[in-house]
Ligand binder design. Structure first.
Ligand SMILES: [Cu+2]
Length: 172
C-alpha cells in the first residue's frame, strides 16, 4: 500500500494528536479542522512560511481516493494544473475525480502568508481524522513535503512535516 493510500483515516488517538498540535500549527494546515462527513467542504490550505526561508513557487495537493467532486479555486498569478483519476460520474455538473491539484508559476515570499482553496466532497467516515497530503516546492530547489501521517498514539508534534488534517464528524 503506498504511503498516500494510508492518507485519510486515523482513529480517535490521532484526534488527540491533532488537538495537541501546538507548534505544528505554524506549518501548512487546514483553516477549518472539523467538518461533517459526506458533505461539501471548503479546504483552505494555509501557507505561513516557505521552505527553510525560500519563496514558494508551487503548491500541490494530493487528494485521497475517497475525496470526490474536488474543484480548485484559481489564483491570480498562478497556473492551475490538475491530474484526473478515472472518468466523471454521470449526472448534473459532475467532473472527473481529481488525484492532484497544483498551483505553480507564482511566488510567495517566505515572510508572506497565503491560502490555496479547493471545494470538495468529504468521504462518509464520521469520527475519523482525515489527512490531505500536500507538497510545497520553493526556490533553490527546496521542498517541504507535508505528507507525514502520525502512527496511532504518536503526537503530531513528533513529526517535522505532518500532513494537513481535519476531523470528520457525523452529519446532523
Ligand atoms: Cu512550519
Amino acid at each position: 500500500m503506498s504511503k498516500f493510500h494510508g492518507a485519510g483515516r486515523i482513529g480517535a488517538i490521532g484526534v488527540l494528536a491533532l488537538l495537541a498540535a501546538g507548534p505544528a500549527a505554524a506549518h501548512v494546515t487546514l483553516e477549518t479542522q472539523q467538518a461533517q462527513a459526506n458533505s461539501y467542504y471548503r479546504a483552505t490550505f494555509r501557507v505561513p512560511h516557505g521552505c527553510d526561508g525560500a519563496a514558494t513557487t508551487r503548491f500541490t495537493v494530493r487528494l485521497p481516493e475517497s475525496i470526490t467532486d474536488a474543484r480548485p479555486m484559481p489564483k491570480p498569478g498562478w497556473t492551475l494544473r490538475t491530474t484526473t483519476r478515472g472518468e466523471a460520474a454521470a449526472g448534473h455538473g459532475s467532473a472527473p475525480p481529481l488525484a492532484e491539484v497544483s498551483w505553480e508559476g507564482g511566488r510567495l515570499e517566505d515572510a508572506h502568508y497565503d491560502e490555496f482553496v479547493i471545494r470538495l466532497r468529504l468521504p462518509d467516515q464520521p469520527g475519523e481524522l482525515f489527512y490531505i497530503p500536500v507538497v510545497q516546492n520553493c526556490e533553490d530547489g527546496k521542498q517541504a513535503a507535508w505528507i507525514q501521517i502520525p502512527e496511532p498514539g504518536q503526537r503530531v508534534t513528533s513529526y517535522r512535516y505532518p500532513a494537513p488534517a481535519l476531523r470528520l464528524v457525523p452529519r446532523n
